[in-house]
Design a protein around this ligand. Structure first.
Ligand code: HEC
Ligand SMILES: [Cu+2]
Length: 412
């Protein structure tokens, strides 16, 4: 009888031990599953975010699935990339240590093993350690970061200077102090056909990333960029050239690039700047030194203003294309404007009235409104054609012509 009870007790005890260890096992399993889920969850989140930022970034089709920054085609871009990688690996190491310690503590010191909580708090040693260690890590990070920052800001000893002005919604490139001493400038405007934008035509390969006149710079030369805005804040961003800089009215920001590979590099305005913010891309052609010299000579020649007197038909013919390119974003191709925002030029008292007032508005703009001062942006022969067109298109029938000389004289 005694033996029997003993046996019974023994078996009850065994059973409860068995249950307890089963319980522990299932708890441990749950714990592992949770950790696994947290880890995969974070990896997925990071993956999703990188994909998101990659698709936002200017990935060419071949590297659309690329997860990391691209070093681009400049030494500076490579320095920025290297800095990024150093910091990423420091973060990875910190992550491994912190989550490793946490995981170890959660599992090895769990209550079910009978661990009792420590009763102390405010360990001075630990407080000191976790103040000093991160400080040391930060100090370690400062060294490469400062080196790269100094490199980014060093615009000295440039071979050439280009002034970049952001306008709603186009870029002006002004070559200053170039060899031969003559400054010249041109506007760079989106060249994607309107029909592609309106889904009436299949979209081209460089949809919304193409312009009529790209910025052209020589390879292996340091180009200093001076950036400003004419109306609102824009930002000039070409990832491959490692430049992203705000173009702010009233300020001149500096940046530089030294591309080491010939090619075409594309970018966009990176500061929300109004209705057509997504329609002012940037295209940079990096060419050999010889090609650059040829281009420069051509460009200087072409930017000479043609002051010869033109017939009305000539002015109307060139005026239409120039108007569509420079003015239609606001006043619309058919001159109807957008009621309440951009005035119609059909039957406009100014387009039909005194020609001097018309020239004045176009040359000097209307300060405080979206109507810019085109005297700074377009040469007199172009303005003459546009103004003539506005006075005689869409049923406007003033009948007069405006010559380049009228605009030049007006400027004075
Ligand atoms: C960014 C938008 C924008 C662009 C581009 C633009 N304009 Fe304007 N324009 C305006 C606005 C806004 C006004 C009205 C200003 C006001 O009176 O408040 C205006 C007014 C005018 C007027 C006076 C019309 C009237 O009846 O009051 C003329 C003429 C004119 N623009 C010509 C041009 C020409 C020529 C071009 C191209 C070289 C051009 N505009 C490009 C926004 C623009
Ligand atoms: Cu912009």
């Amino acid at each position: 009888m005694q033996l029997k009870t003993h046996l019974f007790n023994e078996s009850r005890l065994n059973e409860s031990r068995l249950n307890k260890s089963k319980l522990n096992k299932s708890r441990l399993k749950k714990c592992w599953i949770l950790m696994f889920q947290i880890t995969t969850g974070s990896i997925r989140l990071v993956g999703f975010l990188s994909l998101f930022f990659c698709s936002v970034a200017m990935a060419s089709p071949s590297d659309r699935w690329q997860m990391n920054l691209s070093p681009g085609v400049t030494e500076l871009g490579k320095s920025i990339y290297d800095l990024h990688m150093i910091i990423v690996w420091i973060c990875v190491a910190i992550g491994v240590v912190v989550f490793g310690v946490m995981g170890y503590v959660l599992i090895a010191h769990r209550k079910s093993l009978g661990r009792t909580p420590a009763t102390f708090d405010e360990s001075v040693k630990i407080e000191i350690a976790w103040t000093i260690v991160p400080t040391l890590i930060l100090m370690l990070m400062v060294v490469p970061a400062t080196k790269t920052m100094i490199e980014i800001y060093d615009t000295s000893e440039a071979d050439l200077d280009i002034m970049i002005t952001g306008y709603q919604w186009k870029w002006k490139y002004e070559y200053i102090d170039n060899e031969g001493g003559e400054n010249f400038s041109f506007m760079s405007i989106l060249s994607t056909p309107q029909d592609q934008i309106n889904n009436l035509e299949p979209k081209g390969e460089n949809y919304l990333l193409e312009v009529d006149e790209p910025l052209v710079i020589p390879v292996n030369k340091k180009t200093r960029l001076l950036l400003t805005g004419a109306d609102v804040i824009h930002a000039w961003w070409v990832p491959a050239l490692a430049v992203k800089k705000d173009a702010i009215p009233g300020f001149v920001n500096e940046a530089w690039t030294l591309p080491t590979e010939i090619g075409t590099y594309r970018g966009q305005c990176a500061e929300l700047c109004g209705k057509d913010h997504g329609f002012m891309p940037i295209v940079v052609e990096v060419v050999s030194e010889e090609d650059y010299a040829i281009w420069l000579a051509d460009k200087k020649n072409a930017s000479k203003v043609d002051l010869s007197v033109k017939t009305k038909d000539e002015l109307m013919a060139s005026g239409q294309a120039l108007y569509d390119k420079n003015c239609a974003a606001c006043h619309q191709v058919n001159g109807s404007g957008i009621p309440g925002v951009f005035p119609a030029l059909i039957d406009s008292p100014i387009a039909l009235g005194d020609v001097k007032k018309h020239i004045d508005i176009v040359v000097n703009g209307l300060p405080g409104t979206a109507m810019g001062a085109y005297g700074d942006q377009l040469p007199p022969d172009v303005l003459a054609a546009i103004i003539t067109y506005e006075r005689n298109a869409w049923g406007n029938d003033v009948g007069d012509t405006v010559q380049a000389a009228d605009v030049t004289n007006f400027n004075r």
